[in-house]
Ligand binder design. Structure first.
Ligand SMILES: [Cu+2]
Length: 180
């Protein structure tokens, strides 16, 4: 009797985890977390980081937009010859059942001119546009955090290094140039 009972218990546990998270059908494509760190001064762009959970199929993230910001660009930090620069990123892969992470030191959003009301509210609604289903848009409220001078030297470095080089020469590939 005992081995049978154990087996039944194990089967029940398996089916529970299977149902609870709906793993059988696969997780849907979704934006699961994200936040924005304001620039150290108002004229500096804010930086955005987020995590996208891949769905059943490979897709690409092709844009992130915000009605309450003047401009949003996807960038990637690139280390070449000991120098870190930023390059505009036109699309980013979201592998099936994998994830896409925008994080400090890697892919990131640069956000200019966030509406003051959004800053006061502490969140910026953003739309993430993917290549599936005729450009599925997933809406996500990004939490806005103040610039952290002491705790996050990286953020300040980021703000200082980046857009000198971008605005200087690499601007031709900026995805939002046509929308201005
Ligand atoms: Cu950047």
């Amino acid at each position: 009797m005992k081995p049978f009972a154990l087996a039944a218990f194990a089967a029940a546990a398996l089916s529970l985890t299977g149902c609870g998270e709906n793993l059988g059908a696969g997780k849907p494509l979704n934006v699961v977390s994200g936040h924005i760190v304001m620039g150290a001064t108002p004229d500096r762009p804010a930086v955005g980081y987020f995590r996208v959970q891949g769905g059943p199929r490979d897709v690409e993230l092709v844009a992130v937009t915000a009605d309450l910001a003047q401009r949003v660009e996807m960038h990637e930090s690139v280390h070449e010859n000991g120098v870190t620069t930023m390059k505009p990123l036109l699309r980013a892969d979201v592998p099936a059942k994998g994830e896409l992470v925008f994080k400090q030191g890697g892919k990131h959003l640069m956000i200019w001119g966030i509406n003051g009301a959004a800053v006061r509210a502490g969140k910026l609604p953003m739309a993430f546009v993917f290549t599936n289903n005729n450009n599925e848009r997933i809406l996500f409220d990004m939490v806005i955090k103040p610039a952290e001078g002491a705790a996050a030297g990286g953020e300040m470095d980021h703000g200082a290094m980046n857009h000198g080089s971008m605005e200087g020469g690499a601007g031709k590939a900026a995805p939002d140039a046509a929308k201005k």
